[in-house]
Design a protein around this ligand. Structure first.
Ligand code: ZN
Length: 96
């Protein structure tokens, strides 16, 4: 069990609108997962690309421990649409 849920992703998003935009990117297959590294139980580092932006996510114990994105919202504390899309893509692809 990955521990991460859609609810957590939504809560960590910059806004509900940003979450919806990220979800839309995911459903339109406009996000592609790159490297997924597993470090320890419940700890993952993910890279992804969406709308020509590079996303990095660190997931730890079902929470988003850190993220960055090359878009203008990528240094915010809360997830941009690309990070939302990447997190959703990872969530749906991860072995549970
Ligand atoms: Zn972004």
């Amino acid at each position: 069990m990955a521990g991460l849920t859609v609810d957590v992703i939504q809560r960590e998003a910059k806004s509900f609108g940003e979450y919806q935009k990220g979800r839309s990117l995911y459903y339109k297959h406009m996000v592609s997962l790159g490297q997924v590294e597993t470090f320890w139980r419940g700890e993952y580092k993910i890279t992804a690309e969406a709308e020509e932006n590079r996303v990095r996510l660190q997931i730890s114990d079902g929470t988003i421990a850190s993220f960055s994105c090359s878009c203008q919202d990528g240094t915010s504390r809360r997830l941009c649409r690309h990070a939302v899309a990447a997190a959703l893509a990872w969530l749906k692809n991860s072995p549970q």
